[in-house]
Design a protein around this ligand. Structure first.
Ligand SMILES: CC(C)(COP(=O)(O)OP(=O)(O)OC[C@H]1O[C@@H](n2cnc3c(N)ncnc32)[C@H](O)[C@@H]1OP(=O)(O)O)[C@@H](O)C(=O)NCCC(=O)NCCS
Length: 325
C-alpha cells in the first residue's frame, strides 16, 4: 500500500475525515455542520495562520493535518490537529503526516509541537508517545446537564456568592464587548495562559488588545458562533468575566470557555457569581440548550470545585502533549 501526503484539495474531504475522528473521540458532542466547518476555515481568528494537508492510502484521502501558527505571540509553538479515519489507522498515515508537521515546523522555526488526545481510545495517546511527545498537562472534560439543574442549589450558591461579592455589580453582553470594558476583557483573557495551570506545556501569555478581541469576536460570528458573556465590575472596571459559546447550527450544546478573576479581586466568589449569572444569561437566550461542556486542567481544583458545585460532572480525561524539536 502506498502512503503519500499533499495539500488539502477540498474542505469537504477534510470535513468528512475530521467528523469521523471527532465523532469517534467524543460521540456525545453534536459535531458541527459542513457549512460551519467551511466557515471556520474561511474566517480564522486574527493572529494565526494555517497550513492544511491530506494523507493518502493509495489514492484515497484518509488523513488530515492542520497546522496552526500563532503570529503575534507564542512564536515558537505550532498547534497540530491530526486525524486519520478510524477505519484506516495503524497503516502509517498518521506518522507520514506527523513527519510533514515536523518538516513544516523546522521550515517556520517552531520548536514546540502541541496537540491533545482523549483517553477514551488508546490511539491518540499511544501515537503521541510513539513519536516521543511528552505528556504535559492532564485535562478533564466536564458536562453540565442543563435539563436537570438543581435549581434550589444554584439559588443557594448565588446567594452565598452575592454576600461575598458586595460592592461588585454584574454586566452581561452578547458578541463583541462594549467599548468601555473591552480593554479590561483583553487584559483578563490574556491572563489565562499565565494564571491557569499549564503543566509542562509552553503556553505564553497571548498579546491581546481591544482591536484583536473585537476582530476575534467578529470572526467567530462569521464562523456561525454566538458568545454570551457575564462580567463583574467594581465601579467602571471589569475585574472578572466568563463566556459561553454556541454553534448556531447545533443549538442544543454550548462550550464553557475562559472564566477569570483578576488576582487583586480573588476571594469574593466572583468566579462562581459570573458563571451562575452567565448560565441564566444563556438559558434566557437559548431555550434549546441542554448541555454545556468545558475543559479544565485536572489539577485546577478551584475551578473544578466551582463546576462540580454547579452540577458539572467529569465525562472523560484528556492529555495535552508537547514534542520539543
Ligand atoms: C493518532 C492518529 C492520527 C494516528 O494515526 P495512524 O494512521 O493510526 O498512525 P500510524 O499508523 O502512523 O501509527 C504510528 C505509531 O503510533 C503508535 N500507535 C498508534 N495507535 C496505536 C494504538 N492504538 N496502540 C498502540 N500504538 C499505537 C504505534 O507505535 C504506531 O506504529 P506501528 O503501527 O508501527 O506500531 C489516529 O489514531 C487518530 O486520528 N486519532 C484521533 C485524533 C488524535 O488523537 N490525534 C493525535 C493528536 S497527537
Amino acid at each position: 500500500m502506498r502512503i503519500s501526503t499533499g495539500p488539502l484539495t477540498s474542505p469537504e474531504i477534510a470535513y468528512s475525515i475530521v467528523r469521523a475522528g471527532v465523532e469517534h473521540d467524543t460521540p456525545d458532542i453534536p459535531y458541527q455542520s459542513q457549512k460551519t466547518f467551511v466557515a471556520v476555515l474561511d474566517n480564522p481568528a486574527p493572529g494565526f495562520t494555517f497550513e492544511r494537508y491530506l494523507g493518502y492510502l493509495d489514492d484515497e484521502p484518509v488523513g488530515y493535518l492542520e497546522l496552526e501558527y500563532p503570529q503575534l505571540d507564542n512564536l515558537s509553538n505550532l498547534d497540530v490537529t491530526l486525524f486519520v479515519r478510524p477505519s484506516h489507522r495503524r497503516r502509517g498515515v498518521g506518522r507520514a503526516l506527523y513527519d510533514l508537521a515536523v518538516e513544516r515546523a523546522h521550515a517556520h522555526n517552531r520548536k514546540h509541537l502541541q496537540s491533545s488526545t482523549v483517553d477514551r481510545h488508546p490511539d491518540g495517546g499511544a501515537f503521541a508517545a510513539a513519536v516521543g511527545a511528552n505528556a504535559g498537562l492532564a485535562e478533564t472534560r466536564s458536562r453540565l446537564d442543563v435539563t436537570a439543574l438543581d435549581e434550589p442549589k444554584l439559588a443557594e450558591l448565588r446567594a452565598e456568592a452575592e454576600k461575598k461579592a458586595q460592592g461588585y455589580h454584574l454586566r452581561r453582553w452578547i458578541g463583541v464587548a462594549p467599548d468601555d470594558i473591552i480593554d479590561d476583557l483583553a487584559y483578563l483573557e490574556a491572563r489565562l495562559n499565565v494564571d491557569a495551570p499549564s503543566g509542562d506545556i509552553n503556553w505564553e501569555a497571548e498579546k491581546l488588545d481591544a482591536d484583536r478581541m473585537r476582530k476575534s469576536e467578529q470572526a467567530r460570528e462569521r464562523r456561525g458562533r454566538r458568545s454570551y458573556f457575564s462580567g463583574a465590575l467594581i465601579g467602571d472596571k471589569m475585574v472578572a468575566f466568563t463566556w459561553l459559546v454556541v454553534d448556531l447550527d447545533r443549538p442544543s450544546h454550548a462550550w464553557q470557555n475562559t472564566t477569570l478573576v483578576d488576582p487583586d479581586h480573588r476571594g469574593h466568589r466572583l468566579g462562581m457569581l459570573v458563571k451562575l449569572d452567565n448560565l441564566d444569561h444563556i438559558r434566557e437566550n437559548r431555550p434549546q440548550l441542554n448541555g454545556i461542556d468545558t475543559f479544565n486542567a485536572t489539577e485546577n481544583a478551584f475551578m473544578l470545585d466551582i463546576n462540580r458545585a454547579m452540577g458539572f460532572r467529569a465525562v472523560d480525561a484528556w492529555m495535552e502533549w508537547q514534542k520539543d524539536l
